[in-house]
Design a protein around this ligand. Structure first.
Ligand code: ADP
Ligand code: MG
Length: 477
């Protein structure tokens, strides 16, 4: 039987407000346990939550960026459950009336095709605290610093049909929240994580199958693996005559498997009701317009502009606009050097390679946009070849100074003096009569041998185009 995979994601993104969603306590990450939890976050009796308007503004920004409807009136509800890291006994969330509804996001797949994924809703809620197991033998520690941190939960339609599509969607939302500067998107710190809902159905079937929900996955790689594992598991269950049980499962990255955590709760288990401590949130059309005006250029628009203005390939334009910092860097180099394609090659090639190798973000690249532009100038004006430039780039990366400093210090200036190149060519021809004969008899791939010899003699500094041309002339003569 052929099966179709169906996936819907619930992404939790931590909003980058300075203080919490209903209290004035700081949201900064990494403080000593329980030093950033005030009476409101602790759920002490007699205190009242006050909504942080910045969190609402950020949610609206997201909604506008995905072309969604912004609810003029949305309502906070209490989602009741007991857990040690939730001292109030309920989480404040939005339920029936979320602030953002019905948007879309486009994803691009590696084979060049694209797809539109529906965003069902995005709602504001508070995060819970953290249970700490490691340092407490036989006990659990509770850190409430995270309690009350604002989250935007972004719920997709069940529109994805493979793990690859799910990852592309997750990456796109990640790119978007960072462009909008509403979240740092830091996945190690848990600022961006997702629950993946997975089901399968016979190919051609229109009714959805029973889903399982894979909880709290905080890496793109794990999302892909967890979904693939879960799809295989469900196929095995159904093909051996069983039934998929609707449940919440936990993905164990070490074992690469999912296992049951609890049976899936239904909404009614949470006894949702409007929180009487909080007024409905009213957003006026003028406020929405003001936020709309403040939106930055979004990734899709920027990619299209890069395609048009700089004549880049779709692939390069996609890579260069995947983060706002990368796109800014690229444009800074382009503006300073007057080149586009060459810059795109260096940024997607050597620069990205070095960033990956050293696990750095472009914002803290040791080679600044100005430095790269300086090197590109030297390629352009023929001072160095593209090959020598690789050596220059590495030296810049290692802190040896600007391209000009390095070219000077290491004597890397390209030899463009025809006479000097010819002298070397003549010598190489004289020293290798056998190869010359073979070349002239038709063994043309020996050209590479001669190029190599001259390059060796000039420490790679002969201008490659000139060298090729002169060699061909001399060898055929
Ligand atoms: P909850 O998980 O809180 O019960 P929903 O029922 O709204 O919330 O669904 C949450 C997510 O599960 C959504 O992203 C939705 O697209 C997805 N989903 C719902 N049904 C299925 C299904 N049968 N297969 C895969 N995903 C599903
Ligand atoms: Mg869910």
């Amino acid at each position: 039987m052929e099966w179709e995979t169906v996936i819907g994601l619930e992404i939790h993104t931590q909003l980058a407000t300075k203080s919490k969603i209903f209290s004035g306590a700081s949201t900064a990450y990494g403080a000593a346990a329980n030093t950033q939890a005030c009476a409101v976050d602790l759920g002490l009796p007699g205190v009242l939550p006050v909504l942080n308007s910045e969190a609402v503004r950020m949610a609206v920004k997201f909604g506008l960026a995905v072309g969604a409807h912004i609810a003029p009136r949305s309502v906070f509800a209490r989602k009741n459950y007991f857990y040690p890291d939730l001292p109030k006994g309920y989480q404040i969330s939005q339920y029936e009336l979320p602030v953002v509804e019905k948007g879309t996001v486009s994803i691009e797949l590696e084979d060049g095709t694209g797809k539109i994924i529906g965003v069902t809703r995005a709602h504001l809620e508070e995060d819970a605290g953290k249970s700490l197991h490691e340092d407490f033998h036989g006990m659990t520690g509770i850190d409430l610093n995270r309690a009350g941190t604002p989250l935007l939960e972004i719920v997709s339609e069940p529109d994805m049909r493979s793990a690859v599509e799910a990852v592309a969607y997750m990456k796109k939302i990640h790119t978007l929240v960072r462009y909008l500067e509403i979240s740092d998107g830091n996945m190690q710190e848990g600022s961006f994580r997702c629950d993946a809902n997975v089901s399968i159905r016979p190919a051609g079937e229109t009714k959805l199958g029973t889903r399982t929900e894979l909880k709290n996955i905080n890496s793109f790689r794990f999302v892909e693996r967890a979904i693939n594992y879960e799809v295989e598991r469900q196929i095995d269950v159904l093909e051996s005559g069983g039934k998929v049980v609707q449940e919440t499962r936990l993905y164990d990255a070490n074992k690469n498997e999912t296992r049951p955590m609890r049976s899936k709760e239904e909404a009614m288990d949470y006894r949702y009701f409007p929180d009487p401590d909080l007024l409905p949130v009213e957003i006026l059309p003028d406020d929405i317009d003001a936020i709309r005006t403040s939106l930055p250029e979004l990734p899709d628009a920027r990619r299209d502009r890069f395609l048009k203005d700089y004549g880049l390939s779709t692939y390069d334009a996609g890579v260069l606009t995947a983060s706002r910092e990368m796109a800014d860097y690229f444009e800074a180099v382009v503006n300073a050097s007057g080149e586009a394609k060459l810059v795109a090659n260096w940024v997607t090639g050597d620069l990205s390679g070095f960033l990956n190798k050293d696990n750095r973000e472009v914002s803290d690249s040791p080679v600044s946009a100005d430095m790269l532009a300086g090197m590109i100038q030297r390629i352009k004006d023929n001072t160095i070849s593209g090959k020598i430039a690789k050596e220059v780039f590495e030296a810049m990366w290692n802190g040896e100074g600007s391209a000009d400093d390095i070219i000077e210090k290491r004597g890397l200036k390209q030899i463009t003096d025809t006479g000097a190149i010819e002298t070397e060519i003549d010598r190489v021809i004289a020293e290798n009569p056998q190869q010359v004969e073979q070349f002239r008899a038709g063994k043309e791939k020996l050209l590479g041998f001669f190029v190599g010899q001259v390059m060796k003699a000039t420490q790679g500094k002969a201008n490659p185009a000139q060298l090729n041309e002169l060699l061909k002339k001399k060898l055929s003569g």
